[in-house]
Design a binder for this molecule. Structure first.
Ligand SMILES: Nc1ncnc2c1ncn2[C@@H]1O[C@H](COP(=O)(O)OP(=O)(O)OP(=O)(O)O)[C@@H](O)[C@H]1O
Length: 310
């Protein structure tokens, strides 16, 4: 299938002023963000933040109260042959229990008017070829997740949307998923993936969109979002003259704690200042490192007080 056959050629996702009001809950509130092709974008938020509702609106499974969500400039509902543009994995794959993995995919191919060999190709892509002829009811949760991704890839879509795809995967499965999704993004596809596994997102995502209580909290490249957090940045120092250094740093209004393992953790001044203060006080340094909070810390700080059941 050539690119020319399937407009929209750009797989950019644009969410603009998206709102969903249920009877008592505003699940998504005037939410706007963009997701770029060629990158993995992590969609993060505490429980009940509105992630699933947003993804379902993007895929035309829930009608927005207001606002729009487009893929390559078009609403999902207006895409011709949507499976060739967008693959989605919203929950662990369900299939007829007595059907084999390969037959499940062949049925989907037939229903979508896709060539039958796409079933074999998609199964190979997710490493399930050895289990092709086993019945779905015998699949583990991890195998069902893989089958769900295979189903999403049948139409060779430019855009992939996954809701909590790492659920149920063991560490090896998670590593495999990371490689697959990074590879698909590297091919120029748009990969939007929601997850609670923040440490995993830090390894997987190029960009993050963080929401809480239906609102956008932060969007940007992972490194920038983490780097923009000044709170939590500390300088780790090792010195054989701790007492002298602590006294010199405190005179600069720095806060100093021990890390319990012989190093000092300094907050309130940067590494250059610590080095200068140490030099001025004639203190020898054995380590001087800036420690930034990881995504977990950023996430907790950004969404503090906004989490919770609504
Ligand atoms: N069909 C519905 N009817 C009423 N309220 C709903 C409906 N679907 C979702 N909600 C509410 O909207 C809010 C957002 O839910 P949503 O499932 O989108 O969040 P989420 O970020 O995906 O959460 P989780 O990580 O827990 O899956 C929640 O308060 C939820 O109870």
């Amino acid at each position: 299938m050539s690119d020319g056959q399937r407009s929209p050629t750009s797989g950019q996702i644009v969410v603009s002023g998206l709102t969903k009001q249920y009877r008592n809950v505003r699940a998504v509130n005037n939410l706007s963000f963009t997701v770029e092709p060629g990158r993995v974008t992590g969609f993060l938020g505490p429980n009940g933040a509105g992630k699933t509702t947003t993804l379902r609106m993007l895929l035309n499974l829930v009608t927005p109260t207001s606002g729009t969500a487009t893929i390559g400039g078009q609403r999902y509902a207006d895409l011709v042959e949507p499976l060739r543009h967008v693959g989605a994995v919203l929950e662990a794959s369900s299939a007829h229990k007595g059907r084999t993995g390969i037959n499940h995919l062949r049925v989907l191919c037939a229903a979508a008017g896709l060539p039958r060999q796409r079933a074999d190709e998609a199964l190979a892509l997710v490493g399930l070829t050895p289990a092709a002829k086993r019945k779905f009811k015998g699949y583990s949760l991890g195998m069902k997740q893989r089958l769900g991704i295979a189903a999403a890839m049948l139409g060779d879509p430019r855009v992939l949307v996954l809701d909590e795809p790492a659920n149920g995967l063991d560490p090896e499965g998670i590593r495999w998923m990371r490689g697959l999704l990074k590879g698909l993004a590297h091919e120029g596809r748009t990969v939007l993936v929601s997850s609670h596994l923040l440490s995993e997102m830090q390894l997987l995502a190029d960009d993050v969109v963080i929401i809480a209580a239906g609102h956008l909290v932060r969007q940007g490249p992972v490194d920038q979002v983490i780097g923009s957090m000044t709170q939590g940045v500390r300088v780790r120092v090792r010195t054989p003259q701790a007492e002298a250094l602590v006294a010199a740093l405190k005179s600069q209004n720095a806060t100093v704690d021990g890390d319990g393992q012989g190093a000092l953790l300094v907050a309130g001044v940067d590494a250059a200042t610590v080095g200068r203060v140490a030099l001025g006080a004639g203190v020898e340094l054995h380590e001087l490192t800036t420690e930034r909070p990881d995504l977990e810390g950023v996430f907790l700080e950004l969404t503090a007080g906004k989490a919770g059941i609504r």
